[in-house]
Each structure stands twice: as structure tokens, then as C-alpha cells.
Design a protein around this ligand. Structure first.
Ligand code: ADP
Ligand code: MG
Length: 503
């Protein structure tokens, strides 16, 4: 049985001047669907293309053009929903969200307000071994991305790049179940991890493929529990929404700043106004973008160009049947199958590729030792060169070969590290390298004894000292290791030194 049980973390508490406050956070994450074509056109979604080169007539809103739904994007949303253990709505529908912006030639965004494709689900957010927050997902809907306005290329003109116009986004809306800045970042990390496992979003935050609107409010201790019991939102504080965050670090800093700002207002006798704010990373503060009074009225209405979206249960079942093993299950299985710690299992399952690599190394070998070598030696070495596991010059087979040589007693752990470096930089078969370069461990006790005898004979003063202070035996062990180029079996050396010194 896989153990997926955990305890909830403590919510973050901020001390105000008058009393303690807790944070309540809900996220709306925009994830770009991994798809070669856009949501309603065949135009490419390739990043970094020449401006306005990936634009179909419908993306540019040429008169009379009609959107055609991309089945693959729908499947990706369904896959994501299933990965978040969510309800899949067999009937959903598209709505027009109307607003004017130069990089939105249609004058509206096609989205799903009233009938989203995915309903309620959940994400387990890991906060340390045995500690996790269950964050409920309210919905996921499909929508189009807008284009990009460029204001800093020319002093007199602005430009528009429509390459991104019409690219499929999934908006993943959480319930306000997140209770601190670290949890918010960990939630985004977990969502990203699940979607990367599923292959539904590459999670590249630098390219803007994953960005979050962060809703923050404060409440008194006990209020959140009342909300959970009754489902009554009104016991919570008024929230502010911080738009378009695409860095884990800034998400945390913005929440922290925003919570303290709200505490100052409330303790000063004022009231928090519901509004949209922007985070300024240079100043480390949030500032008002628009208040509720001046909020857009989007005049949502069903998109007349698209029929309601109906999918079949059998199609959903096919997608469900082909889902990969997901991070939570994989992590639990690694702990039970390989006897490794939950922490190590988390590190190894962070990316599907590293998990697969580890499994290949660990198969038929000591799991803890495999984990130790993959995490400390291989990941450590890759990190030095800013490489990821897919760029590893050492294959799972080669690393496994090194572990086999240690297990057989052919090489010591110390020599194994030298061997690893050789395989990493030069390649080759570990067993052949050990043979060719004479790296085999000396387990021949006769040879070790001769070495110990020589060192004892040459250092009578040290021998006398060691007889009084047995800790000095280590000095003799060191000398033997030095003389044998680190190849003597350390266990044998220790035993022989102790015996010869009469300790
Ligand atoms: P709206 O209908 O105005 O869009 P929603 O209820 O759909 O508002 O919530 C939008 C986002 O705000 C969700 O992610 C939700 O979790 C979050 N949210 C709602 N109430 C609060 C609150 N009191 N504090 C923090 N976040 C909240
Ligand atoms: Mg909403």
C-alpha cells in the first residue's frame, strides 16, 4: 500500500501592532497549453519567431474569419483536469469577454466563463516530509491569449506583435486554501510539476508560459476555520488581486508586502478596498492598477461563432487510461520500493526525466546508494555546469556500472568519485577504465600488511604515541592510503593497523 497521508502545515501568522493576523490566498494560474497550433487556428505557437509571422487570418480578426476548435488543445485541458483529479465537464461552452486593447484585434477574448471544461479538483502541495496542504481547484477553463504591445522600441511609436494572439491558455482557478507566501510558491511549483509530467504545459515562466494572478486577504485566527466549516466567504477579509506574476520569488515577496499593507490599513481603522494591483520588483511593493469601481465590464456573452463543446466519456476514458504515473504516486512508490527518504524521493521525482534516470540506476541495486549517487554526485555535478538531467554525459547504465564496482569491492567509495569524474568528462565503460588504469582496490591483505609493517618500522616515535592514544591509529591508516594511492580497502587497513599496533 502506498502511504499518501500527511499533516497540514501551520498557516503563516503576521504580528500586527494590535493582534495576530493570518493570510488567505487564492491563485488564478494561466498556463500556456503545450500545442504546436493555436486554440482556434492552425498558426504555429513557436516562441521567438519573427514578429507577426505566426498569425492566421482568424488570429488577426480579418472580417468573416471563423474560429475552429483545436481538438488537441481540448485533450490537453482534459488531461490536465484528470491530473488534478478534477471533474471533466462533457458539455462546456465558449464566451466572449469584450474589451478593447491594441493587441486584441477581435475586440474580445474567447474564454469560458459560464461553463468551463474542467470542474472541481485538488492539488497536494508538499511543504516538507509528511506535511502538505490540500488546495482545492475550483475550475479550469480554456481561453485565448492576447498579443503583445511593444512600447520601448521607438520613442514615437508603439508596435504590436500578434504571434501570441490566439495561443491556447488554461486558466486554473484555486479556492482560497493557500495560507502563506511559501505555500503559494510551492503550489505553483506543484502545478508546474504535474503539468510537465502530463506534457500539457512546459511551465517556462521566463517565456511567460506560466503566470499567476495572486489574490490576498487577511483574517483573524479562527476565521478561516469558520469559512471552511460553513463555506461562507463573508467571514474572510476583502481581497486584492496582484496581476501577472511570473517568478516564484516575486510571488512570495508580493504576498508578504500586500498582507502587511492590508494589516496596516485595517489596524489603522480603515477598510481594504477590493482592487487589482501590480507588483513592482524594483521597489518591492504593490500598487493600485484599478479599483473595483473602474473595473472593466466585460459584457460576457456566449460566443456565437462556436457551438457548445461536447465531448464523449469514452474519449475522456481513453485519455485517462494513457495518463503517466503522477508525482505524488511516484514519490510514494519510490519511498516504499527503494527504501529511500521522502525528501530524497521528492528531489528525484521533481522532474519525470530524473525519476526515470534514477529508476534505471536503482533497478536491482541498493536504492539508498543509488539515490545518494544520483542526487549528490550526478545532480551536484550537473548543476555546476547548469545542465539538466537530459544533458547528462553520464548515462544511467554507466552510473549503475560504477555502483556495481563499489558493491563488488573492486573500488572504494573514494576511488569511485574519481572514476565518476573520469566517466563524466571522458566517457567510457567504468569497469574497463578501472582495469586499464589500475584503479582496483587492494584487498590483498598481504600487500597491505607489508605496507603497514614498513610504516611502523619507519616511525617508532609515532608507534609509542599511538599506544598511549589509540586515536593516533588514524595517522597510520592515512599513511597506508597515501602510499597505495587510495586503493587499499579502508576496512582491511583499519583492522590490520589496529592489530599490528596491538590496540
Ligand atoms: P470572482 O468571481 O470575483 O472572479 P472568485 O470567487 O472566482 O472571484 O475568486 C477569484 C480568485 O480569488 C480565486 O482564486 C479565489 O480562490 C480567490 N479568492 C476569493 N476570495 C478570496 C479571499 N477572501 N482571499 C484571498 N483569495 C480569495
Ligand atoms: Mg472567478
Amino acid at each position: 500500500m502506498l502511504d499518501l497521508s500527511f499533516e497540514a502545515p501551520k498557516p503563516k501568522v503576521i504580528q500586527g501592532a494590535a493582534q495576530d493576523w493570518e493570510l488567505v490566498i487564492g491563485l488564478e494560474v494561466h498556463a500556456q497549453v503545450a500545442s504546436n497550433a493555436k486554440l482556434f487556428s492552425g498558426a504555429s505557437t513557436a516562441f521567438g519567431a519573427e514578429p507577426n509571422s505566426n498569425v492566421a487570418f482568424v488570429d488577426a480578426a480579418m472580417p468573416g474569419m471563423l474560429p475552429v476548435i483545436n481538438e488537441f488543445c481540448v485533450a490537453q485541458a482534459v488531461r490536465t483536469g484528470l491530473g488534478l483529479k478534477a471533474d471533466i465537464n462533457l458539455k462546456s461552452a465558449f464566451d466572449r469577454k469584450n474589451y478593447f486593447y491594441p493587441d486584441l484585434p477581435q475586440g474580445y477574448q474567447i474564454s469560458q466563463l459560464y461553463h468551463p471544461i474542467v470542474g472541481e479538483g485538488e492539488v497536494i502541495v508538499d511543504m516538507g516530509p509528511g506535511i502538505a496542504r490540500r488546495v482545492r481547484i475550483e475550475r479550469i477553463h480554456l481561453e485565448q491569449d492576447a498579443g503583445k504591445s511593444i512600447h520601448d522600441m521607438d520613442p514615437h511609436m508603439s508596435f504590436v506583435d500578434l504571434n501570441r494572439t490566439g495561443v491556447a491558455l488554461m486558466e486554473i482557478v484555486s479556492r482560497p486554501d493557500i495560507r502563506g507566501p511559501e505555500e503559494a510558491a510551492a503550489y505553483v511549483v506543484k502545478l508546474r510539476q504535474i503539468m510537465r509530467y502530463l506534457g500539457t504545459c512546459d511551465g517556462n515562466m521566463q517565456n511567460g508560459n506560466l503566470r499567476a494572478d495572486v489574490n490576498v486577504s487577511i483574517c483573524k485566527p479562527g476565521d478561516y476555520e469558520r469559512y471552511q466549516e460553513t463555506g461562507d466567504h463573508s467571514v474572510l477579509g476583502t481581497r486584492c488581486e496582484i496581476k501577472n506574476m511570473n517568478s516564484m520569488r516575486f510571488i512570495q515577496a508580493a504576498i508578504e508586502y500586500e498582507a502587511r499593507r492590508q494589516i496596516r490599513i485595517v489596524e489603522g481603522g480603515g477598510a481594504v478596498e477590493q482592487e487589482t494591483r501590480l507588483y513592482d520588483p524594483d521597489k518591492g511593493e504593490t500598487r493600485s492598477m484599478r479599483s473595483k469601481e473602474e473595473a472593466h465590464d466585460y459584457r460576457y456573452f456566449p460566443c456565437p461563432d462556436l457551438l457548445p463543446l461536447e465531448i464523449e466519456q469514452a474519449w475522456v476514458d481513453d485519455i485517462a487510461g494513457a495518463l503517466p504515473e503522477l508525482p505524488d504516486e511516484k514519490k510514494a512508490r519510490f519511498v516504499s520500493d527503494f527504501g529511500i527518504t521522502e525528501y530524497d524521493a521528492s528531489v528525484l521525482t521533481a522532474e519525470a526525466e530524473s525519476a526515470a534516470f534514477f529508476e534505471e540506476v536503482a533497478a536491482g541495486r541498493d536504492g539508498k546508494m543509488a539515490a545518494n549517487w544520483v542526487i549528490n554526485e550526478l545532480f551536484g555535478r550537473l548543476k555546476k555546469e547548469d545542465h539538466d538531467i537530459t544533458e547528462s554525459p553520464v548515462s544511467a547504465g554507466q552510473l549503475g556500472g560504477i555502483l556495481d564496482l563499489i558493491a563488488k569491492g573492486d573500488i572504494s567509495g573514494k576511488i569511485a568519485k574519481d572514476l565518476f569524474e573520469i566517466v563524466y568528462t571522458e566517457g567510457g565503460d567504468p569497469a574497463e577504465i578501472v582495469e586499464a588504469r589500475g584503479m582496483k582496490q587492494v584487498t590483498d591483505t598481504g600487500a597491505i600488511e607489508a605496507e603497514v609493517d614498513r610504516i611502523i618500522a619507519e616511525n617508532p616515535a609515532q608507534v609509542e604515541k599511538a599506544k598511549v592514544n589509540p586515536k593516533l591509529a588514524g595517522w597510520f591508516v592515512g599513511q597506508v592510503m597515501k602510499a597505495t594511492g587510495g586503493k587499499a580497502n579502508p576496512k582491511a587497513v583499519n583492522e590490520i593497523v589496529a592489530a599490528k599496533l596491538g590496540l
